[in-house]
Write a protein that binds this ligand. Sequence first.
Ligand SMILES: Cc1cc2nc3c(=O)[nH]c(=O)nc-3n(C[C@H](O)[C@H](O)[C@H](O)COP(=O)(O)OP(=O)(O)OC[C@H]3O[C@@H](n4cnc5c(N)ncnc54)[C@H](O)[C@@H]3O)c2cc1C
Length: 535
Amino acid sequence: MTTEHSTPADQNPFPFREHAERHEADVVVLGGGGAGIAAALAAAEAGARVVVLEKGNKPGGAAMFGGTGYAAYGSAAQREAGESFSAEEAVQAILEHTDGRADEALVRAVVARSGETADWLSAHGLKSALAEAPHDPADPGEDSELLARHRRARTYHRYASKFGGFKKLLKAIEEAGGLVIPEAAATEAVADERGRILGVRAERTEAGKPLSPERREQLKADGVAEAIDIAAPAVVVATGGFVGNHELVGRAAPELETSRLRFTGERKSVGTGCSVVQALGGAGAEPAALDAPAFGVPGRYSSKALAVLANLPLLWVDDDGRRFADEASTYRFGERGRAGLERGGRFWMILDSATVQRLTEQGLELAPAEDHGAPLPPGTEGTPAQPRLVEALEEAVEQGAAVLGAAPDDLAGAAGFHPERFAETLERYNAAVRTGRDDQFGTPAAILRHPVQEGPLYAVQVVSTVRGTLGGVRIDASARVLDADGQPVPGLYAAGNEASGFWGGRYPQIDGLTLLFAFNSGRIAGEAAAAALPA
Ligand SMILES: Cc1cc2nc3c(=O)[nH]c(=O)nc-3n(C[C@H](O)[C@H](O)[C@H](O)COP(=O)(O)OP(=O)(O)OC[C@H]3O[C@@H](n4cnc5c(N)ncnc54)[C@H](O)[C@@H]3O)c2cc1C
């Protein structure tokens, strides 16, 4: 089968498989998520014939199903709002937070484009509105002055209507002559003996999974090939990292017990992009960082009450029963993520029956921290009543995700805490609530509102929620994949969660940075791939 994108095959010696559906393109984009869509649109607008391969039945990836917005600096919306936090300050904040381990040229290239990219996305249908500064209990936490200022600045562009917006971006790719093929999983890129890229091979999927026998029969009856071959001299790898491959996540973060963690990222991203790149001589970079900014309760629950609870600043203790951090860091994106990861991905939240009752019936005056760590919408105050909380807690106790005790000793026994340490923790915490002064971690009085006194007491397991892996493939500031000697591999580009260099192995405490990187690195990759084509 050929399409209108086809050109004579003799222009590219790509070894098409006999039974494969055949296409010819200038640029093939692997993955139709945030980075892939931006890459495809940019390349198509620059005049390249583009084919996007998307493993799932709907393009969009985590950028669409998970994302709520992205950071940008210098957009039209920010200029109108008089927001003064600049791209240069953002570059400094990112470099500072990554202890200078991020690639400065790449950070600059990506951040410098971000305002204009916000306008570009908006012009193509993915509209956003500038979010107000996030809820902030005026607690600087671990932030430097620069990071704290960044946290208060209006840099977060919240999607206005994401599903409609992504549809429009896909339409824009097609209007610019691009072809998006859903249910097509890229498996390898083919190069000649000199290392020149010839094209890509892919296999048809069923909503991202291997074909069922029934579907296979159907395809056969319809005369649709299972294999898809695309001849093209340039490839952008934007397959979203490897969060869907828990074994690889475990290897990247050996200090974590992956079975403890919750995963909410793109399951279809299993590390294929990295293997495609490495097979062509592209180098791996520093170990990928985990994007794990939020907390959840392990297991599957029908009630949202536990998701709300897990992200509230109530008393946190470690496996020993000791308090370990300023709980107000739940409001500081990145810092709260680290708080969980540094405890191996799990800690406990302690609350007494008075707090359970209050949260169930009236709600709490403490604002919720959104599950994904995005800034709260303006006007958000307190946490509303969670009428199903008691029911959800009972379910969690049944499933072993929470334990109950009539008194501190019983709770310590059930949770495995050191009884004396736990008793001391409660004593110090309750004193801090009483006096409004926390000598241990400096939690502000506004947060210290709920003593742990009246039994029964609950200890609820809280685990880190991993929504992505950040990095793996080494790229330069033009998103070109580099080999082990730091030289570009001709025709090969990578972007989004697949690419390294922006994170320095650490997730910065800046909200919306993952999508900032995905959209902008993708756009840079698409433009660079198109620009390198022979005239
Ligand atoms: C729940 C959740 C909430 C989030 N919220 C935010 C937020 O508000 N702000 C923010 O900045 N970031 C957020 N993120 C992170 C952000 O969504 C990702 O960092 C970003 O989407 C990465 O872009 P990407 O293009 O690399 O990957 P994705 O957008 O995930 O796209 C990868 C695509 O590649 C496809 N694919 C995988 N393998 C193949 C293959 N072999 N062949 C073809 N296609 C393939 C996948 O199906 C997917 O469509 C969130 C993530 C999650 C999970």
